[in-house]
Design a protein around this ligand. Structure first.
Ligand SMILES: Nc1ncnc2c1ncn2[C@@H]1O[C@H](COP(=O)(O)OS(=O)(=O)O)[C@@H](OP(=O)(O)O)[C@H]1O
Ligand SMILES: Nc1ncnc2c1ncn2[C@@H]1O[C@H](COP(=O)(O)OP(=O)(O)O)[C@@H](O)[C@H]1O
Length: 339
């Protein structure tokens, strides 16, 4: 091995011992819980980039994001490219290094396993994990790799901001209609959007899932993760799913940074949805030929704090264009359709 490579390898951070790893969902949130050295501590960002969080514990040398940026700079420099700028700390104003406790964006750090902070999700994960094995991370020795081109660069290119418009409501409430109308409106305005429709995804990504409670939980979890990727790509991701459980929608919201999850509740009465019944499913459910149909013999939990609620007035629903208009206005006001 050549001397510079040996020196580079020696300078690498220690690789954590697999035996020291706690299983996902079983970490203690106690401030006296043992803290392991090295790369066991990672910021909420880059994967879950909402701010705040418990368990602040950090040192500059333990910020994987900053370290990854250093590695990327070195690699690019070795290839003869200009060195990109390191992440800046808004807390420090002009700094290019982590200052104080927190990651390189000045956020507190929390312990991560798989891709979520343990301390916040432990309870939820433990319960769900008993039902769905896919919520229990099975990979070990995995590391996050940052790329030099980030969300901000993509947003600049697209002249818009990545976000998720999450449309929830009963079957027949108009979710797919709104999603498509909104997608077309944004396209007309030169904005890049992509629709993730529950029915459609069940033909592919989610074809292994049915309508039992745990399948619906997993359905929403997967779509939430995909929506987050689309948002990170800089798109307006429009997800339209019944998503009947409040807790699962909130989990999707928690995957995104503050304000970039826009929950739209199509608050149409069961009577209206049943009268529409475009696929004849309500009729089958009433006849007992479909079991566990949302609104008939399966629950729907209405949002408590959604960003947009669209209702019928005197039994009349706003037109698809009006509904899409409401969402576009919101996105405009919040600056998602600007650079
Ligand atoms: N049991 C039962 N309950 C509710 N819906 C049913 C059921 N069985 C099939 N369908 C059809 O599946 C569509 C809903 O899929 P989603 O992925 O959005 O559902 S969920 O979010 O996981 O609850 C839904 O589509 P929409 O009518 O567009 O909502 C139905 O066409
Ligand atoms: N705003 C609206 N006004 C009138 N009819 C609507 C409206 N939105 C949807 N519809 C009609 O209601 C039915 C159900 O709409 P759809 O978008 O398929 O609902 P969902 O995706 O929630 O099941 C369709 O026949 C659609 O044409």
């Amino acid at each position: 091995m050549d001397a510079p490579r040996a020196a580079r390898l020696a300078a690498r951070p220690p690789v954590p011992r697999a035996s020291a790893r706690l299983p996902f969902g079983f970490a203690s949130s106690s401030p006296t819980a043992p803290r392991r050295a090295g790369w066991w501590w990672c910021p909420r960002d880059p994967r879950a980039d909402s701010s705040g969080g418990a368990g602040a514990f950090a040192s500059p040398s333990r910020c994987p994001r900053l370290a990854a940026a250093h590695r990327n700079r070195s690699r690019l420099a070795n290839l003869g490219f200009p060195r990109p700028r390191l992440p800046r700390s808004p807390a420090a104003g002009t700094g290019t290094r982590v200052t104080g406790d927190g990651d390189c964006d000045g956020r507190p750090l929390v312990e991560c396993a798989g891709d979520r902070p343990i301390q916040e999700h432990a309870g939820v994960v433990e319960e769900k994990a008993s039902k769905m094995s896919s919520t229990v991370p099975k990979s070990s020795n995995i590391f996050w790799h940052d790329c030099p081109v980030g969300k901000a660069d993509r947003q600049k290119l697209l002249k818009q901001k990545g976000c998720v418009v999450w449309i929830t409501g009963l079957s027949g409430s108009g979710k797919s209609t709104l999603a498509c109308t909104l997608g077309r409106e944004l396209h007309t305005r030169g904005k890049l959007a992509y629709v993730l429709d529950g029915d459609n995804l069940r033909h592919g990504l989610n074809k292994d899932l049915g309508f039992k409670a745990e399948d619906r939980v997993e359905n929403i979890r997967r779509v939430g993760e995909v929506a987050k990727l689309f948002s990170d790509a800089g798109l307006v991701c429009i997800a339209s799913l019944i998503s009947p459980y409040r807790r699962d929608r909130e989990a999707c919201r928690a995957l995104l940074s503050d304000g970039s999850f826009v929950e739209v509740f199509l608050n149409m009465s069961l009577e209206l949805c049943e009268a529409r019944d475009p696929k004849g499913l309500y009729k089958l459910a009433r006849a007992g030929k479909i079991k566990g149909f949302t609104g008939i013999d399966d629950p729907y939990e209405a949002p408590l704090n959604c960003e947009i609620e669209i209702k019928e007035v005197d039994g009349v629903c706003p037109s698809p264009c009006d509904m899409a208009g409401q969402v576009v206005t919101y996105l405009e006001e919040k600056g998602f359709l600007d650079e």
